[in-house]
Ligand binder design. Structure first.
Ligand code: SF4
Length: 255
């Protein structure tokens, strides 16, 4: 059965006795990605709770409206994927790397003939549509890594980061239109890397990068407490950080 490893990892997740930093038993893909922005910010978000900003609220709203589809049980979804039809789905991925359980839910995975052909991560931004940040790269490539570890990825898996203008209009009017647009473009993509520009939307397509495992292992060393936390030294990151007023490591000079 194609998903046998998937269920094996799911079982080991529920029985894991791992004790990691912050007394956690597993790490999420988005936490691994956030470590490449600033590990102190990640620590504060865990200790103090997430701070909602206009950008995060709008980003969540766009995600929920743009990507909401039919809800199925996991069994039914896997049955449809295995049936061989093209299925676009968001489902939790699991894996074990360096004995640490990793979990994460990519925004969309396109399955063709029962295997993942494209993994899509949607990001919203006011102006950085043409730039893929390290955090975004690590997140999308880590999903691709998990798909390969689960033996459900095509050897030509396309990793796609779709960057959409953070505009409230997209919440109401453009839901299916944008997702269809992304899929239509990706259908025609066979060579990667490639960048496709549309109005208020840039789609970055790239091949799977096996070397992402080095970044993942660097991130996991923090969770295993094998190294100290590494805060950013970037002034611009601190300037746009919602925790800067309580952060003792902030690079912005306080007056
Ligand atoms: S203010 Fe700077 S150092 Fe402090 S958490 Fe934010 S990004 Fe990190």
């Amino acid at each position: 059965m194609r998903f046998s490893k998937y269920f094996e990892f799911l079982r080991s997740l529920s029985t894991s006795s791992q004790r990691l930093r912050f007394n956690r038993r597993y790490v999420t893909v988005s936490e691994i990605a956030q470590q490449f922005y600033c590990e102190e910010k990640l620590r504060l978000s865990i200790i103090e709770g997430k701070v909602e900003t206009e950008a995060t609220v709008l980003g969540t709203l766009i995600h929920e409206n743009l990507l909401r589809g039919e809800e199925l049980s996991l069994e039914e979804l896997l049955r449809r994927i295995e049936s061989g039809y093209r299925v676009v789905a968001s489902l939790p991925l699991v894996g074990i790397i360096d004995e640490i359980p990793i979990v994460g839910i990519p925004d969309a995975i396109v399955f063709i003939n029962g295997i993942a052909s494209i993994v899509i991560e949607l990001k919203t931004s006011n102006k950085w549509l043409d730039t893929v940040f390290k955090t975004e790269y690590v997140q999308a490539q880590t999903y691709a890594y998990l798909l390969h570890e689960l033996n459900i990825a095509s050897k030509n898996l396309i990793v796609s980061i779709a960057k959409l203008k953070r505009d409230p209009e997209y919440v109401k009017s453009k839901r299916l239109e944008i997702l269809k647009e992304i899929l239509k473009i990706l259908d025609q993509v066979s060579i990667t890397p490639i960048i496709i520009h549309k109005k208020d939307l840039t789609i970055h397509c790239m091949p799977f990068d096996e070397s992402i495992i080095h970044d993942i292992k660097w991130a996991l060393a923090f969770w295993k407490m094998e190294r100290e936390l590494q805060p950013t030294s970037s002034l611009s990151r601190c300037l746009s950080c919602e925790y800067r007023h309580i952060c003792s490591l902030c690079n912005v000079r306080k007056v």
